[in-house]
Each structure stands twice: as C-alpha cells, then as structure tokens.
Design a protein around this ligand. Structure first.
Ligand SMILES: [Zn+2]
Length: 333
C-alpha cells in the first residue's frame, strides 16, 4: 500500500521508534491529564439559518420539584436509586444567525441561579466566534432566572448592550409587577426579584420590548404561545427552506420523566393544569412533524427530535458531525 517514495520515511520512523523503545518504558511515563472540556458550543444548519447551542452549565433536578401521582413519584424515586444521573439537567441558550441578525434565544442563568454551577453562556458564545456586542436581538421564552440571568451582571450592567430584548407582555407584566410580587408566596419571591433586577437596565436603556398577539419580530419566525409554566411562556419557531427549529423553553425539565409521563408537572409551573395540557398538545404535534427541537434543559447540545414511543415519547438527540453544512454520507446514495 505504501508508495515507493515513502519507504525512506518508514525506515526513519522505525529508527525513531527503536530509539524511544531503548529508553525508559514509555508506557510507564506519566502524562498530565487535561481537565478542560470541549468548547461549549454545537452548531448546525437549519435551512439557511446557522443555529448554535451555547452551553451554560449542568445541574441536578430535585425530585421534589416534580408533581405526579404517588405511584409515578414512587417510580421516579426507585429509578433514581438505580441511576443517580436520571434527573441531570443542562441549561443552554441558542444563537440564530440569519445572515442579517444575530438572535439569542434565552440567555442562561448568569450568576442569578444555581450557585455558580451555571453562567458559562458568554464564554461559549466567545468559543463559537461571537462577542456579546454581536447580538442584535434576544428572544426570551420566560423570565425565570435560568433563562434570563445571563442578560445582566450582578451589579446591574447589560451583557448584550446592542440587543433589544423581546418577551411576551403577559410574562413581563406578571414578573415585573410589584403588586403581584407582594402577594406571591415567599418561596416565589426570588423569581420576582431576579426578573426585576435583570430587566431593569434594559428597560432604562429603552431596550425592553414586549409583544402580544402574533406580530412578527423577525422574518421567518413564528411565536408559539405555550402557557402554563409561566403566564407568558412562549416558544419561537424558525423556518428556512422547508426546515424548522422550535425553541420550546421549559416544556420539559426532566427529560427521562416527562417524555414518558407528560402529565408530570414541575412545582415551578404557575398553572399546573395548563402546563400539562400545553406539553401534551405540543409533544403530540412535534412527534408528527419534522421539527428540530431546541430544549434548554435537554442534555447538551439540547437539540433533537421527538418520536412517539408507547404511551409517551422518546428523544433522539442530534448526532455529532463537523459537516454541519452538508448532507451526511449515506451508503445508499
Ligand atoms: Zn428553566
């Protein structure tokens, strides 16, 4: 198999290896380990859109944050005993580059949630070749701090100074209302406080924009109201050249519980009944249609498709490829 001219090279290589083997046993020589992970981004094309998942961090979902029947929750505890990683969750934001605009969909937690376990989104954005100054638009699914914390530093500065931030009016009105906050239960207070502090510098700069109805914000993008988790919880569905990607916010927190049992809700769902109904309807549609799903709490890169499986659904994550702009090789072709 070697070409003739490569033989001297092979001979040199054999000689080099022989000199190494003659020295101390290389198999026993210590080599430093490398603790750094791969850069926290994953990119693919959806039609003409460049979609980049931006890793923010990982955590573990507390089983007490799930609401289901006693039998279901006993099952969760049992499964968790057998696999302590069953409720591992990620937090991910996404950048859509349309060619004209750089649109961030959700912004990770920053330092507002998770005690330092999150807040890596800006670094992931840098690894992906962008700076916060490049972001023109931010679309927010809802105002929980694990989705908006990355917008604002703890000392009240905008992380994305050139971006207009869009959120549903119902969402903004709810979390930014001092009256509603004053009447909210004590354990919900931090969500109100963080939402108000995170929004404040954008409001002050005239960069906080709310929408109601279905007015277009970006060409080729549709608003998908997904009420229940929060009053104005909204998905964003982009289409390009017949391909679709839906950013679904918090439709699923615990992937290995709620896809098999979509009726299981999270204690954070403001309207438990509506949250479960919205999830049922959306999962049914997505299992029928060919839509790429971007789900912030699914395992990184938090992109995949949904299939019907028994009485529930299964998640098919995207497969790693570095040829994200061309069709994959198929032996049938
Ligand atoms: Zn969330």
């Amino acid at each position: 198999m070697f070409k003739r001219h490569s033989i001297p090279f092979v001979a040199a290589l054999v000689a080099a290896l022989a000199s190494v083997v003659a020295g101390p046993n290389p198999a026993l020589r210590a080599a430093p380990q490398h603790p750094d992970q791969a850069p926290g981004f994953y990119r693919l094309k959806v039609g003409d859109l460049e979609v980049t998942a931006l890793f923010d961090g990982t955590g573990v979902f507390d089983p007490h944050w799930l609401n289901g029947t006693k039998a279901t929750m006993n099952g969760v505890q049992q499964a968790l005993h057998e696999d302590p990683h069953m409720l591992d969750v990620a937090d991910t934001g996404f950048l859509v580059n349309t060619g004209k605009q750089r649109i961030l969909v959700d912004a990770g937690a920053g330092s507002w949630w998770g005690g330092g376990a999150f807040g890596r989104l800006a670094r992931s954005l840098g690894s992906a070749g962008y700076t916060p100054d490049d972001v023109n638009i931010v679309l927010i699914t809802h105002l929980h701090s694990d989705h908006v914390g990355g917008l604002t530093t703890e000392d009240g500065k905008r992380v994305f100074p050139h971006a207009d931030v869009y959120v549903a009016k119902a969402e903004s009105d709810f979390w930014l209302s001092p009256d509603i906050a004053a009447k909210a239960p004590k354990d919900a207070q931090p969500f109100f406080q963080s939402a108000q502090a995170i929004a404040a510098p954008y409001i002050k700069a005239g960069k906080w924009r709310t929408f109601s109805g279905s007015q277009p914000i970006v060409d080729g993008m549709e608003l998908v109201p997904l009420p229940g988790h929060t009053p104005g919880h909204t998905g964003y569905e982009f289409s390009s050249k017949g391909q679709k990607v839906l950013f679904w916010g918090d439709i699923v927190h615990a992937l290995r519980v709620q896809l098999q049992r979509p009726e299981v809700t999270a204690t954070f769902d403001i309207d438990q009944t509506a949250a479960a109904a919205t999830r049922q309807q959306l999962l049914t549609r997505l299992a029928r249609e060919d839509v790429l799903i971007a789900g912030p709490h699914m395992n990184f890169p938090a992109l995949g498709r949904l299939h019907k499986e028994g009485s529930g659904y299964s998640w098919a994550p995207v497969v790693f490829t570095d040829e994200w702009n061309t069709a994959a090789f198929s032996p049938q072709k």
